[in-house]
Design a protein around this ligand. Sequence first.
Ligand code: NDP
Length: 263
Amino acid sequence: MKATTKIFGCIADPINHVKAPSLFTSEFVRRNIDAIMIPINTSKENLKDVIAGLRKIRNFCGLTVTIPHKIDIIKYCDKVELEANQTGAVNWVKFNNNMLIGNNFDGLGFIAGLKKSNIVLSNKSICIFGAGGSGMAISFALLKYNIKELKIVNRDKVKAEKLVKRLQNFFPAARIKIEELNDPDISDSDIIINATSIGLKGNEGIPFKLIKTKKNCIIADIIMDPEETLLIKEAKRLKKQVHLGKYMLENQIDLVGKYFQLW
Ligand code: NDP
């Protein structure tokens, strides 16, 4: 580290699970970029003061934002980019001459990961489990790719309905359906995505019955810890193509680096 080192932060509460500081700092080292990412553990109550303080640090360049701050942080941004506006959530903030610009790379990172694995989206029937922050970001990103149909399954049905309304506002011609949690029709889905917290350490389980999926259905998870969830293990056992959660974050690195003009 030098006196000129650019500082990035990763803001979360709790902080234990975050992987971004080590991932990004390693990437800065690998690319010989004079920057570091530090973990910043702060509560919802203190978010406003922490952001006000960070604004005053001249060599503070940006922030990746995770649970529980992705929605609250919008009110401290001076401007938001399209993806943050659509989803109502921010997972990156650029600090630019005292101007805070909010963006959301969750959905774009997920799609970039699929593309890298040569998974085609055009004309595909896709089902997503989860209508939380990530489920929403991924749903918005999917609808930009001319998919045939999007099915959404969520424990809290009202939340799913709100998401569909929001999506339909931006994509009025899109085919979007809500499926019941207890018996969703996933038999015609080409790609099924788990964007719930089910599978995370401490919330083990499988969000749907793999036996009900069609033979060549691709199973994607966004959980990173463990790297292979029970869902992924079971899908592999059934010889299905799988897509791991880590690709969503790994592929954000490239997008974020370009956004911050680091590479
Ligand atoms: P949110 O809290 O916004 O949403 C959580 C989602 O999981 C909701 O849809 C919620 O349903 C559902 N859920 C949680 N527990 C259960 C359960 N027991 N049964 C059924 N549904 C459940 O979180 P995020 O969307 O931000 O993140 C979801 C997961 O994705 C996180 O666990 C995180 O680990 C992972 N993640 C991975 C990223 C990556 O880069 N790979 C990036 C961001 C997140 P309900 O609405 O009914 O509460």
